[in-house]
Design a protein around this ligand. Sequence first.
Ligand code: DLL
Length: 436
Amino acid sequence: MSRPYYNPIEVAPVAEIKALQTARLIHAVHHVWDYVPYYRARMEEAGVSPEDIQTLDDLKKLPFTYKQDLRDTYPYGLFAVPMEDVVELHASSGTTGKQIVVGYTEHDIQIWGDVAARAIVAAGGDVHSKVHVSYGYGLFTGGLGLHYGAKTLGAVAIPVSSGNTKRQIQILQDFGSDILCCTPSYATYIGETLREMGIRPDEIKLSAGIFGAEPWTEDSRQEIQRLLGIKAYDIYGLTEIMGPGVAYECAEQTGMHVCEDHFIPEIINPDTGEVLPEGESGELVFSCITKEAFPLLRYRTRDIATLTRTKCSCGRTLIKMSKPRGRTDDMLIIRGVNVFPSQVESVLFQCGQTSPHYLLIVDRVNNSDTLEIMVEMSPDFQFDAVRLVEQKQQEIAAAIQSTLGISAKISLVSPKTIERSEGKSKRVIDKRQLYK
Ligand code: DLL
């Protein structure tokens, strides 16, 4: 019989988790003070020494760490162990700017395997599962992270990596994969290809999917579940903190449990840096309390989410984070209105006959911002009926106006017009950046 959780800490009393966090935080602060001159200098500047950190509440005395700090110390300036203790490097370029590089000791890799194994178990996996990993392998953490999770659990890792979608489907069929791991946009693409090939979801063995690395809405979850005949679980992580497995979803599918025994989350006001009370929306900040090679403290993720510690029906006591709504740096400001691509996605789903593929094109004409939304329609939409096309455009424009408060030009395009993604999808073209 499969276990309901992987590691007993997932269901431990909250007081026990907090005691563990406190002890580990104190140790982590000494570790960076002793071994990372950059951290020591930042702490001295802020007037804090390791002795000032005795409780979880003291965490807020520590200065924040920003992506810019990682760039300024590129490549190895924030490593807290000698290179002979590092066994693996990963990197991320993000959407903008110079890449950053992170390192792991053998112990760090073991913890990564443990937290990713928790995600697989929470999605119904066990030692018998065949875990089909279609995240990219390489410097990106997606592929190897889930791979380590499957191996740690004792399940079978199938390292397919991303791309070659028809071959993915052949492997799903022939190898009998149970759990698919990839970005939600690639899951949609695989599902659509399956449909085009005339293969019904019940002809493959998949029962679950573990999808993350980019924002996705509840509507796209429903779409993926329908296309692939599975239960779709969210997983969150970022290169700087560990990779996938920082937080993962359970059967309740109402947010992701944060692996608080390794990463302390906070929600802050991104403008003032003030720590916000539980339940409020703001920027997620993480402190690594067990990492040896690359232990970031109070790292500003730029992801917008909420944290709640309500009782979960799965029995896990770890705090839950909401689906990130987007990143502060993904948020578009169009004629003064804040717009997240995920909000547009929700509106499109509600309008019906749309597909999950869309593109926002933002420009500046005569000193005023313009927004065009290219929407790919589902195969049953009748493009030859001009009146229907106009009606649909008006319907979507009105829904965008009433939900987001901005006007947009809607362009409906036929199926398969918008480029598909095998990894993280690109939803926005902001031409205004060209004029900066
Ligand atoms: O995307 C790690 C990962 C791999 C997570 C596979 C989940 C699955 P990065 O490339 O460094 O690492 O990108 C991290 O991706 O700050 C978020 O903005 C976004 N992100 C990650 N997971 C989610 C998610 C990997 N479940 C950045 N929902 C993060 C929304 C996500 N956004």
